[in-house]
Each structure stands twice: as C-alpha cells, then as structure tokens.
Write a protein that binds this ligand. Structure first.
Ligand code: SF4
Length: 357
C-alpha cells in the first residue's frame, strides 16, 4: 500500500515500511523489527532491540546493498508515476555519496537535542567558544569561528540545495554549532536572514550558562522578536564541585537568573543534565543538588528537562579524572525523572548515541 503525503512517500509492504522524502531519498526503512535510518550525509544507521536498545552505522558495502534492496522494492511496488520518478532516479551509489552534505556543512553537525532532529541546521558559528569541558568531544575537530553575513547566506543556500524538497519533512531552524547564541550584535543579521528564508519557522539553539549570563533581558527579547523560540541550556549538574571538576565554566546557581530572563523574554527552555557524570562518588550530591536547583528554576510545562545518560567519550580528559562509573545509570535516570515529574515538569531522555541528522 502506498501513502502519498505532501511531505513524504510511504510504502507499506507487510512487515516492511519504506519512507522517502520528496527528493525521493529513503530516510526510514523498517524491516522485520529493525529500523534503518539514512542521515543527510548518506550513511545508514541501524536501530533495533535485543534486550536493550542497540545501534550501529552500516558499512559502505552493507549500505549499498540495503539501498539496492530499497530501490528494488520501490521499483516493484510503487505505482504513482510522479513518485516513482522521484525515487527511481536515485542509485545506491548516489544515495551513499556524502559530497552534497559536505558542500553544505564544512564541519559536520555534531549533536542536536532530541526534539530538534528534524529541524534544519544552520551553522551561524562553527565550533564552541570554550571547547574545554572534560567530557565533551563534539567540536574538538574545529576551531571556533563565526560566519560573516555573506558566508552565512552562502551556507543557507547550500543547505537548501542539499535538502531540496526534503525540506518539507523538517520543522524549525536550529542555529548551530555549540553556542551560536553566545554571539552578540553579529547574530542579529544572521537571524534576520533565517527569518527571510524560513518565515514563521521557530528558531532553536544551544546556550551555555557562562555565555548566557552575560546578556541582558532586553537582548533575549530582541532575539525572541526575530524568531528565537527555544534555548537549550547545558547545565550538566547542579553540584558546583562537579561542574568545576568537569571543567565547565560558571556556577550552577547562575541558572536561576538566566532562566528567569529567558522565560520573561517568552522563550521556552530545554535544560540538560548528565545523569551518571562524576560516577559513583558524586552520584548523591549530583542528584540532590541538581533536583534542588531545578525546583528553584522558574520552569513550566512548556519546558523540558533533558536527562542524558552519561557516556564517557574516548579521547576526552574525563577518563583521566579516574572516576568510578556509576553502575546503574538507567535506574538513576528513572529516579531523577520521577522526582522531576513530581515537580510538575516534563522530563525526557537525551541519549547522545541516538543523534542523527
Ligand atoms: S559542553 Fe558545551 S561549552 Fe563545553 S565544550 Fe562542549 S559545546 Fe563547549
């Protein structure tokens, strides 16, 4: 059975479901309990459950074979002429080719919050102004750089080229990289450009505490007037000694005035905490101080508290801290989530291994 949506073509064949964007590229293939997702760089990612949730990136050979299988199914079962043309103009090699993605993104998109996976990512900056948190490797491959207005306009064009009619699947614009919202005045023309090219779309972005506290309330009101809707604050922990150990600047309690001004400007928040960071020895203080801080933040039901099960990333200074890992991070996360929901707030999981753009 085929379903011809304005933004996608779906083909349902018993235990298989195939989804194509309006450029004709497959983006989702469900086959016998396993899900394959295509990222915009052409790579294919498998997700399945075997006791726990598992995931891996397919090798090029595997991806080519799977793209071949998908195209073959489309050739045999897709009836609508226009949609057939969209899909069957692709080859497995063209679907795997990362060149169009690399033309749009000089540096790959490293991470997004889970509710922003389907946004259009625009890099107003590349890298992170700080780039020295002990646990974070997202931007270690690049220096911090702000894009000029001209560079940004060219980047927007390249991203639109990459997405083509695949843009119909997406909602909102995520202003990357790590903390693009740390920019001052130079951010304004970039936001105006986003407003011109994506009228009415909500704009989202990360903000670190140390960058946010330096801005006045009136600044956030200006950004809100230009379309900024949600800000994701990487708080990580409410326990000051742990934040210092993780080498993240700022003091957790600075979140109280920051969240206050962001809320007064009409913005919604995603507050991110890393459950399990600091390992066994910090677990109790990390939980207690974080929950206490959350209870003091002026958050409401329009905001999300993201709980990220801590993943030690190889190659980061975190390993050298010699901390004994927390043995049951999932149980700990459930405890946090329950306490947060009791405060009347939304808690959601933020597993960085699930990220795909
Ligand atoms: S956690 Fe945020 S501030 Fe720290 S290095 Fe990573 S992107 Fe930069």
């Amino acid at each position: 059975m085929e379903l011809l949506r304005q933004e996608a073509t779906l083909l349902s064949l018993g235990d298989r479901v195939l989804s194509f964007d309006r450029e004709g590229r497959p983006y989702h293939y469900f086959r016998q309990g396993r899900t394959y997702k295509r990222a915009l760089d052409g790579s294919l990612h498998l997700r399945f459950r075997e006791g726990e949730r598992r995931r891996r990136r397919l090798s090029e050979e595997e991806a080519l074979a799977l793209y071949g299988e998908i195209l073959d199914l489309a050739r045999r079962h897709l009836r609508d002429e226009r949609r057939r043309r969209e899909v069957l103009r692709w080859t497995p090699e063209a679907l795997l080719d990362p060149t169009p993605y690399r033309r749009a993104y000089a540096w790959p998109v490293s991470i997004l919050p889970p509710d922003a996976y389907l946004s259009v990512v625009l890099q107003a900056t590349t890298g992170c102004t700080w780039n020295r948190c002990a646990f974070c490797s997202f931007y270690q491959d690049r220096p911090f750089r702000k894009r000029s207005e001209e560079e940004f306009r060219a980047h927007v064009e390249a991203v639109l080229d990459l997405l083509g009619r695949g843009r119909l699947l997406r909602r909102g614009v995520f202003l990357a990289d790590g903390n693009a919202l740390a920019l001052s005045e130079p951010l304004l023309p970039l936001l105006e450009e986003v407003g011109r090219r994506f009228p009415g779309e909500p704009i989202l972005g990360f903000l670190d505490l140390f960058a946010g506290v330096r801005k006045e309330a009136s600044w956030w009101e200006r950004l809100a007037a230009l379309g900024l809707r949600r800000v994701y604050v990487g708080l990580e922990t409410g326990h000051p000694p742990l934040l210092a150990l993780l080498n993240k600047p700022g003091h957790p309690r600075e979140a109280i005035p920051l969240v206050g001004v962001l809320k007064r400007a009409g913005l919604s928040l995603g507050v991110i905490l890393m459950v399990g960071a600091g390992g066994r020895s910090y677990a109790k203080a990390h939980r207690e101080d974080s929950l206490r801080l959350l209870s003091e933040l002026p958050l409401d039901r329009g905001d999300i508290v993201y709980l990220s099960p801590f993943q030690e990333t190889p190659g980061t200074p975190y390993a050298a801290l010699g901390l004994e890992p927390l043995p049951h991070v999932e149980a700990e996360l459930a405890l946090w989530a329950e306490a947060i929901r009791r405060m009347g707030l939304k808690a959601a999981r933020y597993d960085i291994r699930e990220f795909l753009y």
